[in-house]
Design a protein. Structure first.
Lengths: 178, 416
């Protein structure tokens, strides 16, 4: 088996679990947002790539070269000014995003053997195995109907399908809830 | 872009196949390894990387023993094959009731099944094409020779560390003139009068190796040992410098080679101890105190060829644990460049197998792209608590380099 979506580059670990569930395939995950951005810049040059990073750290310098296209409560979508590079930032971080989506839908993480309190949940998501943690995957599956999760799924599908021909309006349209 | 393959092996006559199969050894459930000329293995701690490295090294050594004695009898009794591995590489807790190891090269094949305590062996057609290697295992705890100046007085078991120490001692004593360490503007020499390892730092300050930083203590013993190996200085070893036991082995082997050289040739007395009485003096070879006289030119040519193959070291087989220990990342990259240059430049076809935890080491190997390069990684088998081994294809390696895949974080995507 090889990586299905080599140009989809999330941070480890829970981010990867979320993105792999949403696009139903394996991705090229990197350790830390600086490595995500570094790989996009240095390995993909002028090729299409999507980075997914948390927004809880110092803002990565590469965002200065990007323009914000749109945003939701937790998600911001950026595109490089000249290159086919997209960055999606999750605010403040994917673990909290997932918990808040679960709370909004009345889903209790404890039903999936996961802590419902942020600090303990974060601790669990920092484990190296959280990429493929089935409990986390089940929680993510249970919040699949959340508007922001849907928006993220649809935008990823749009970008992966259109790649170089994607445009800002099309991306915004793709996020609209059916 | 990945750089073009260099055409560097035009003169290579050694490109031996090595195929290793391991079942149930330490944390490893299964490993099927087709080794190339340059090999790198990565994987989580305690997932069996060193297990593969040690077993591969051991099998190369067993192969050498069998070739040099032309017999597998020393490994055939009970669990002796496994016992030697366990003692030499300190692997006592690694053995399972059904541990199984098999090895196949161009010259022979052998396997050991612990459930039956049975060692099986067979020769292959190229039995007599074997080229004697220097098999070296460089353990990760190698810096002991630097941190403990009195290491030579330690009582140690006959294991890989002691062997490394012995090799290091031979190597350092050959460094009576100053040798530069990589291009770090730092040099090493051995002071035979004081029996001390001397390092001259970039600021011209002279220190003893034992006073050096952790990086120096880790790098210098490994680098100087490898420098010695790549310099082929061990080729100068003569029969007179051998121990009694080794000398006897060499003489026994020479007799077998002499016999082989005369296959199909009518013979009279072949060996004249001490003096030559036959007229064919120009077809005689002296090894130690024994003269081997060949019956005719064909036998003489065959015999000298076999002597060169079996009694002189032809190439290095190096098994190196974690070369990155305590090193600054750019130095790790320099070290890999140097390793690849030396292995690639060898006209005999040196062999290198490296275990690493360093993305810098792995990526530099990929960047340097030595010919016949293989990457292996260990990975957990779901819920079993055991590990298996997979290898990357050319396409996978392209992913890692061209698409920036971090293998250390994505290995599950490449499991076979």
């Amino acid at each position: 088996m090889r990586i299905d979506h080599i140009n989809v580059i999330p941070e480890c670990y829970v981010d990867t679990n979320l993105i792999q569930y949403l696009i139903q395939g394996t991705v090229n995950h990197q350790h830390g947002c600086n490595n995500v951005v570094g790989k996009i810049k240095n390995s993909f040059h002028d090729r299409f790539a999507i980075g997914i990073i948390d927004n809880d750290k110092d803002q990565v310098g590469y965002l200065k070269d990007c323009l914000k296209i749109t945003q939701t409560t937790h998600l911001q979508f950026f595109k490089h000014k000249t290159l086919p590079h997209y960055l999606i930032t999750v605010d403040p971080a994917t673990d909290q995003f997932i918990l808040e989506c679960a709370n909004n839908l009345g889903v209790n993480p404890e039903n999936f053997n996961l802590p419902s309190e942020l600090q303990a949940f974060t601790k669990r998501t920092k484990k190296t195995s959280s990429n493929n943690d089935p409990d986390i995957r089940n929680l993510i599956r249970s919040i699949g109907d959340h508007a922001e999760i849907k928006a993220l799924r649809q935008s990823l599908h749009y970008l992966i399908q259109k790649q170089y021909s994607a445009d800002n309006e099309g991306l915004i349209r793709s996020m609209q809830i059916n | 872009m990945i750089k073009e393959e260099k055409c560097i092996f035009a003169a290579v006559n050694h490109s031996a196949m090595k195929r290793l199969k391991i079942r149930n050894l330490g944390p490893l459930s299964a490993a099927d390894v087709d080794l190339g000329q340059v090999n790198v293995i990565v994987g989580m701690q305690s997932s069996g990387k060193s297990c593969v490295l040690k077993t591969a090294c051991y099998c190369s050594w067993v192969e050498k023993r069998i070739e040099l004695t032309q017999s597998s009898s020393e490994f055939e009794e009970g669990s002796r094959f496994l016992d030697i591995l366990v003692n030499y590489h300190k692997m006592k807790g690694f053995i399972w009731p059904d541990t199984y190891i098999s090895y196949e090269s161009d010259y022979m094949g052998f396997s050991y099944d612990h459930s039956e305590q049975k060692f099986t062996f067979f020769w292959k057609e190229k039995q007599w094409d074997y080229q004697r290697p220097k098999v070296s295992y460089i353990p990760s705890d190698r810096n002991l020779v630097a941190t403990i100046p009195t290491w030579s007085k330690l009582t140690l078991e006959n294991d890989n560390l002691l062997d490394f120490m012995t090799d290091w001692d031979i190597a350092r004593k050959s460094m009576d003139t100053s040798s530069e360490v990589l291009n770090l503007k730092m040099s090493y020499h051995y002071d035979s009068l004081s029996n001390k390892d001397i390092v001259v730092l970039p600021n011209d300050k002279t220190i003893q190796l034992s006073e050096g930083s952790s990086g120096i203590q880790s790098l210098v013993p490994m680098f100087m040992h490898l420098h010695y190996l790549f310099g082929k200085q061990h080729e100068k070893q003569s029969l007179t410098a051998m121990s009694f036991e080794k000398k006897n082995e060499a003489i026994n082997l020479a007799s077998k080679l002499h016999q082989k050289a005369h296959e199909g040739i009518q013979t009279t007395d072949r060996i004249e101890n001490g003096k030559v009485t036959l007229s064919e003096q120009n077809r005689s070879v002296v090894l130690g105190t024994t003269m081997y006289v060949c019956e005719n030119q064909l036998a003489y040519e065959r015999f000298t060829k076999l002597v060169n193959q079996f009694l002189l070291v032809n190439h290095n087989e190096i098994f190196l644990e974690e070369p990155e220990d305590n090193l600054f990342p750019p130095t790790q990259c320099q070290l890999v460049d140097w390793l690849v240059d030396n292995v690639s430049d060898s006209d005999k076809g040196d062999f290198l197998f490296v275990a690493t935890h360093s993305p810098y080491v792995l990526n530099q190997f990929i960047k340097d792209k030595p010919k016949d390069f293989r990457i292996f990684f260990t990975h957990p088998i779901q819920k079993s608590g055991q590990y298996a081994l997979s290898s990357l294809t050319e396409e996978d390696i392209q992913d890692v380099y061209y698409n920036g895949v971090d293998l250390f974080f994505n290995f599950e995507a490449y499991e076979n």
